[in-house]
Design a protein around this ligand. Structure first.
Ligand SMILES: Nc1ncnc2c1ncn2[C@@H]1O[C@H](COP(=O)(O)OP(=O)(O)OP(=O)(O)O)[C@@H](O)[C@H]1O
Length: 226
């Protein structure tokens, strides 16, 4: 399923005027494609991820997941779409301290009311795919930063999302771990055929994507094929 942002603008009140955070952004990420999003601090990357992930509605423009216009449905339907179709990897995975790696991932199915035997098996498979097959019962305090981030990736993929969004998923890691985590994220998202948008400042990591997009002051400045 593809992700389309069509003419998306977001502005917030700023003193007596308005501050534009996203300015008529057009962006398409095709199914199975990975797009790296870069831009200076404050250029609007996190806002774009929040809009694409249906966490924030644009003031104007449309967000299409496949051919469903998520901006024209009810808030309730939008929440359902997000839960069913979107997986988000955050800068820091915010794992629950009391839960094991396996449980962190299972929670996604639990919340959806679908924690059955198949879901438990899928959680283990995902953790194996991100290289944590031998750490299933470890709690966050027993995991390294890179391992915790890989749990976050497995968790984001648990609902078999067709849209994967990652906002600087490797920001807290050293370059070597960061590259390893990025490789896992991109290969797993590709394997799932998901449309994947990854925010990264790191040119080496951006080069791993199929395409790069640069944001400047809320506008898409340039696209390049890597
Ligand atoms: N609710 C808000 N009210 C006012 N300003 C906001 C709001 N949300 C974001 N901003 C501002 O909008 C701009 C874009 O923010 P955003 O977080 O999208 O940028 P970013 O490119 O992700 O930055 P960074 O790389 O530092 O995380 C920033 O200048 C930020 O301060």
């Amino acid at each position: 399923m593809s992700l389309h942002l069509e003419n998306v603008s977001v502005a917030v009140p700023d003193g007596t005027g308005r501050r534009v955070l996203l300015d008529e952004v057009d962006l398409t990420v095709r199914a199975g494609e990975t797009v790296a999003l870069s831009g200076a601090s404050g250029s609007g990357k996190s806002t774009l991820v929040a809009v694409a992930g249906l966490l924030r509605s644009p003031d104007t423009g449309r967000v299409l997941l496949g051919d469903v216009d998520a901006t024209s449905v009810s808030a309730r339907r939008r929440t359902r779409l997000r839960g069913d179709l979107v997986g988000i990897v955050y800068q820091s995975p915010n794992l629950l301290p009391a839960l094991t790696a396996r449980e962190q991932v299972e929670v996604v199915a639990h919340i959806a009311g679908r924690l059955d035997r198949a879901a438990r098996r899928r959680a283990v498979e995902l953790l194996e795919q991100v290289g944590l097959g031998d750490r299933l019962d470890a709690r966050p305090a027993e995991l390294s930063g890179g391992e915790r981030q890989r749990v976050g990736i497995a968790r984001a993929l648990m609902n078999a999302p067709t849209i994967v969004l990652a906002d600087e998923p490797t920001a807290s890691l050293d370059p070597e771990r960061g590259h390893a985590v990025m490789d896992v994220l991109i290969s797993e998202a590709r394997r799932a055929g998901a449309a994947t948008l990854v925010v990264t400042h790191d040119p080496d990591q951006a080069a791993r994507a199929d395409r790069r997009v640069h944001l400047q002051r809320g506008r898409v400045l340039a696209e390049s094929t890597t």
